[in-house]
Design a protein around this ligand. Sequence first.
Ligand SMILES: [Zn+2]
Length: 224
Amino acid sequence: MQASYGKTDLSEFDEPRTVVIWSSFMAGRNLEREILNSGQPLWAFKLKLEDTFLSKFNNPVALDVPGYSYMKEQHDRERAALKAFFNDKSITIEEYDKIAFEHHKRIKSEFLDAIASGNHELVMGYFNLADTIGHLSFGVTSKMRLIYDELSQLVGAVQARYDYPLLIISDHGMKPVGRFGDHSDYGFWASNVKLDLTTPKITEFADIITTVMKHKDAHKSDRT
Ligand SMILES: [Zn+2]
C-alpha cells in the first residue's frame, strides 16, 4: 500500500493497446492516431529519447518499455507461444509461463542493478509478468496471487533500500474470462509520494514525474 493510489483514465484511447499507452505515457501526449497511421507494425514503433520525459533527467534508464526500448524478439516469442496454445495446444500453459518468468527475472535483475549503481537520476522498468501470465491464467486466483506477490516483493525491495520517489503504474488492468484473462479499459497507479490526483489520464504523468522529481527533497517528509 502506497501514500497515494487510484485508477487511471484511458477513455481518450479507442482501445487499451500496450504500445500506444506506454508511448503516450512517455511522450506526455496521446499518440494513438500517429502510431496507428504510421504505416509500421504497432510493436515496431519507437520514440526517440528527446520525445520523452526521460530526456529531462541525467543518464536515465528505461528497461523493456513498449514504444521505446522494447525487447521485441522476446515479446514476439510470448505472442507466438500464446497463439500456439490457442491454435493447436502445441505448448502447455507451464511452458508458456516459463518463457514469461525467465524474461521477468532478467529485467528484474537489470532493474535492481540500475538502481543500485546510483548512476541514474531516473530508472524505469516495464514488467509484463501479470499481463503475460494473466492471458492464460487470470482466472486462476492462486497463481495470480503468486504473480502479484512477486511484483509486490520487487516494489518492497526497491523501497527498503532507497529513499526515492516511486511510481507504480500499469498500462491497463486485466479482467478474467473464464480461466483466461483480457485487458480491461482502465489501469492503476500508486506512489510513495502523496499526490493529489483523482483519476489522472496516463498522458498527465510525464509532467507529474518531472515536477515531483525536480522537487524530490522538498517531498521527503511526505513519503511513506
Ligand atoms: Zn496483454
